[in-house]
Design a protein. Structure first.
Length: 363
């Protein structure tokens, strides 16, 4: 009896003792990082990360990060990333502060296809938990690459690369920003919500992964919301794209699979309540001929269960654009697809090739 009591006291005192990590670390320069990440509260003040270096936060489980000022990253041509954050059950509060990628220093209209080497992705997110209220200004090229170890919600984010729509002295008259994908996700159990993305490439690109929701976001100026491009041996399943506004993009909603890909499966893609306006090329395009557009489709990616259900998806395309195009490989699109909640207006009808399983929709 007495020993049980002593044991209970011991347990109670152990529980009450603060852990060594129960502290607040403050980062105001690179030299502060190693000590700060030993604490489960990390406050980041405004500073400039030196050119050619990335800020990397390897956080303890259940850390709360507070961004309390804006961060800049020195300008120099290198591969990046500029910022990497990893850890489990993290709460990352951006508090509306800005990560300035210095894009205009790098932009030459070529993105990742040439010119100077640009830090890409700008930011690698390798946390579970929540990442919120962060503003990214002027990324050199791709913005977020997401590979969360467990469920993650990214919400209330802004990506403002709108200045990259303008040509500059190096871009030969075309938009200076290029390959500025908002989110590249090859992951599982990810929700991206209530965010604003102004860029020159895919708003979201899902290369593989399961249980991904993209909801309540605004995509402006880029290439739309994309599943793909899908390469070999990829599985994509249970993707929900809902209640997004897609404004002045090349396409609103796209699935692109590589013509050369083999052994891949894409299924369970649900679109609900999305709106598209000023869409320049295709309202909806499902194309198995990537990197061509409506070229010779491959048959190595099995595509099924692509549905427009629930709240109507309303898309208007400009004159000269196609409303809907579906380009399947022979036999590689299967099953019955319910498109009852899709309305596309403007432009002209696109081709539907090698598939007659669409129900509830005519162009
Ligand atoms: C990098 O260059 C861009 C474009 O000139 C500028 O906006 C940004 O402030 C520069 N960054 C730093 C850290 O000086
Ligand atoms: C599909 O993904 C969502 C998250 O977007 C998740 O809540 C749901 O449980 C998943 N469904 C299945 C059957 O795994």
């Amino acid at each position: 009896m007495q020993s049980t009591f002593a044991l209970l006291l011991l347990v109670a005192s152990t529980l009450a003792a603060p852990a060594a990590s129960d502290c607040t670390g403050t980062i105001s320069s690179m030299g502060d990082v190693d000590a700060a990440v030993k604490c489960t509260t990390v406050n980041i003040n405004s500073f400039t990360v030196p050119a050619g270096q990335g800020l990397t936060l390897n956080l303890l489980d259940a850390t709360t990060v507070n961004l309390n000022g804006d961060l800049k990253f020195g300008n120099v041509s290198w591969a990046g990333p500029l910022f990497t954050v990893s850890g489990k059950s993290i709460t990352f509060n951006g508090n509306g502060h800005t990560l300035d990628g210095g894009g205009p220093f790098y932009w030459d209209g070529l993105g990742g296809n040439g010119g100077v080497v640009k830090p890409a992705p700008m930011i690698k997110i390798k946390i579970s938990g929540t990442y919120k209220n962060v503003r990214v200004l002027n990324s050199p090229a791709r913005v977020y690459s997401v590979s969360n170890p467990a469920p993650l919600t990214m919400t209330g984010l802004t990506i403002d690369n709108s200045f990259g729509d303008l040509p500059n002295s190096k871009s030969g008259g075309i938009a200076a920003g290029h390959n500025t994908d908002g989110f590249d996700a090859s992951t599982h159990d990810l929700t991206i919500s209530n965010s604003v993305i102004m860029n020159q490439d895919d708003c979201l690109a899902i290369n593989k992964g399961t249980n991904i929701a993209f909801t309540g976001n605004t995509c402006s100026g880029g290439h739309g919301i994309s599943v793909g491009s899908i390469d070999s041996d990829a599985t994509v399943n249970n993707i929900t794209i809902s209640n997004n506004k897609i404004i002045n993009n090349d396409q609103a909603l796209r699935i692109k699979t590589k013509s050369a890909a083999t052994g891949s499966t894409v299924s369970g893609i649900t679109y609900s309540g999305n709106t598209g306006t000023g869409i320049k090329k295709f309202g909806v395009i499902i194309d198995q001929s990537y990197p061509d557009t409506l070229g010779t489709p491959g048959t190595g990616v099995k595509l099924s269960g692509v549905n427009f259900i629930g709240t109507t998806n309303t898309i208007s395309v400009v004159s000269g654009a196609k409303r809907v195009a579906v380009n399947c490989g022979s036999g590689s699109c299967t099953g019955s697809w319910n498109w009852a909640s899709l309305k596309v207006t403007g432009g002209s009808a696109g081709p539907i090739t090698n598939f007659n399983g669409i129900t509830g929709f005519t162009q």
